[in-house]
Design a binder for this molecule. Structure first.
Ligand SMILES: Cc1cc2nc3c(=O)[nH]c(=O)nc-3n(C[C@H](O)[C@H](O)[C@H](O)COP(=O)(O)O)c2cc1C
Length: 247
């Protein structure tokens, strides 16, 4: 994919600019050695005092399938309660099944100043998918794809240490970006997914997660399919630089 004669800065620039979030994967496993290599490279990410205050859980094969089934079931319960009548809502409140149990809330009102960009990204994605603005069930089906890991053979869950407060979350984000770029450099596609932090229960039941670690994000990883959704490129608005006071 990359020109062997290009300089490191050209290569890095190209890598950063051509990585895209992929939302449809081929049912093709990632060779273990390749995934290990990508993880080992990402492990060179910088962190607060070099503490590397994150833990990583990798789900492939049966574990991946089980987690996807369980997360989809929770999503379905949540949708049933949201769109169903009083009884469905009451059942959820009483049983608590389907209520988000993540370590961080993934459902919050967007700040006004971030709304335009959020709306533009959502609108662009749904347009590529051919989903109309008012087609709530198609939108929900697309949302559910998050919990199918968009068909990816492997899902990765990232946990940040509570004790470093926001800084471990920051470090986990730095690691996440390195992971996505290393994957891209090796012909693998990824989609970071905050949605995968909505329910922590199934993931906690599957992996031994030390008490201070909190699920902050998930990531689907594998090989991109040719689906149109993978051509979606939301672009970037220009970097918003702050002006010196008084100018
Ligand atoms: C922390 C984080 C959480 C994200 N969560 C989701 C998600 O839950 N579902 C999804 O489809 N995309 C998710 N994305 C992907 C973003 O929508 C995507 O990065 C953004 O629109 C820019 O597009 P690009 O990655 O193709 O450049 C997430 C990205 C990040 C960095």
């Amino acid at each position: 994919m990359f020109d062997a004669s290009s300089t490191p800065s050209d290569t890095l620039s190209q890598l950063i600019r051509t990585r895209r979030s992929v939302r449809d994967f081929l049912p093709k496993d990632i060779p273990e050695a390749l995934l290990n290599q990508v993880m080992a490279d990402a492990n060179w990410s910088p962190s607060w005092s070099n503490t590397q205050p994150y833990r990583i859980a990798i789900a492939s094969g049966d574990v991946r399938d089980k987690l996807s089934r369980e997360l989809c079931a929770l999503f379905d319960l949540g949708m049933a309660a949201q769109h169903g009548g009083v009884l469905a809502k009451l059942r959820m409140l009483l049983t608590r099944r389907g209520l988000p149990d993540g370590d961080f809330s993934t459902q919050f009102p967007y700040p006004d100043d971030l709304q335009p960009q959020r709306r533009a990204t959502g609108a662009g994605l749904y347009e590529v998918l051919g989903i109309g603005r008012k087609d709530i069930s198609a939108r929900n089906r697309q949302m559910r794809r998050n919990f199918e890991f968009f068909g990816a053979p492997t899902a990765i869950f990232l946990f940040a240490h509570k004790g470093l407060h926001e800084f471990s979350v920051l470090d986990t984000g730095i690691f996440l970006n390195a992971l996505m770029l290393c994957a891209h450099a090796n012909g693998l596609a990824t989609c970071a997914q905050g949605a995968l932090a909505t329910w922590a229960g199934p993931i906690r039941a599957e992996f031994k997660i030390p008490a201070p670690y909190r699920l902050i994000c998930g990531l689907s990883i594998g090989y991109a399919s040719e689906a149109a959704v993978n051509n979606f490129n939301p672009g970037r608005s220009e970097l918003k630089m702050l002006q010196v006071e008084g100018h």
